[in-house]
Design a protein around this ligand. Structure first.
Ligand SMILES: [Zn+2]
Length: 108
């Protein structure tokens, strides 16, 4: 039976590589940090270690977390205008067939 996804508690600096790593809650309620960059694991196995690991979780005011979605009231960025193909103006450099045609014309 599939294990339910772990609840994300926040991010903390990995003690191995120093990069931000997600801190999640295990099924037993204790926190666990699994670093995606260096594969380091820090697993709390007691209330004491759980409290210490949770204390390392960065609070939102500490640093802006890029994973946070923009506010719902923010308007989405307008899509860039789609570039229409222009057959009158061939692409810069031409296509393979254009180059091949030029070679064949020059050879004869
Ligand atoms: Zn790491």
């Amino acid at each position: 039976m599939a294990r339910p996804p772990r609840k994300l508690l926040g991010v903390a600096a990995c003690p191995c590589c120093g990069l931000d790593a997600p801190v999640k809650e295990q099924g037993n309620g204790y926190a666990i940090l699994v670093c995606g960059m260096c594969d380091g694991h820090v697993q709390a196995k007691s209330p004491q270690s759980d409290a210490k690991l949770r204390a390392k979780i960065k609070q939102p005011q500490d640093e802006k977390v890029p994973e946070v979605a923009p506010p719902a009231h923010a308007a989405p960025a307008p899509a860039p205008p789609r570039k229409q193909p222009n057959p009158a103006a061939p692409r810069e450099g031409g296509s393979f067939l254009d180059a091949l045609g030029g070679l064949l014309a020059g050879a004869s």
